[in-house]
Design a protein around this ligand. Sequence first.
Ligand SMILES: [Zn+2]
Ligand SMILES: [Zn+2]
Length: 140
Amino acid sequence: MTVSEAEIEGGCNCGSVRYRVAGAPLAVAVCHCSNCRRQSGSAFSVNIVVRADAMELTGELTTYEDRDTESGAPVLRQFCATCSSPIQSLSAASPKIAIVKAGTADDPARFTPAVHVWTASALPWVEIPAGLPQFERNAP
Ligand SMILES: [Zn+2]
Ligand SMILES: [Zn+2]
């Protein structure tokens, strides 16, 4: 099956969680915040912002309610209950969007980041491409 540019499909390492998003991404952002760094186990996370009501998920997710946020509104970090691949985050402060972890997309090369956020906590060896918008904290 071919996936159109207006759809995103992906899933976890073990295959028990799969998702499909109708519609093109609203944004693709690299987040350098400490919480994304810890959750990913990497230097940053690459996030695809989509409409929450466009996200269709199958499989069992475990949710971690992350309350260490700037706004104080919790962020629900959801990952595969079996293999722990991070799948999406849902913010109580922005209930209409879902933040999908780009590395779980079947075709992650499609999602080139267009903005970097939380650069105040970016690791010193990370090079942000010149010309991309950057925000020290959340994007306004
Ligand atoms: Zn899994
Ligand atoms: Zn983050």
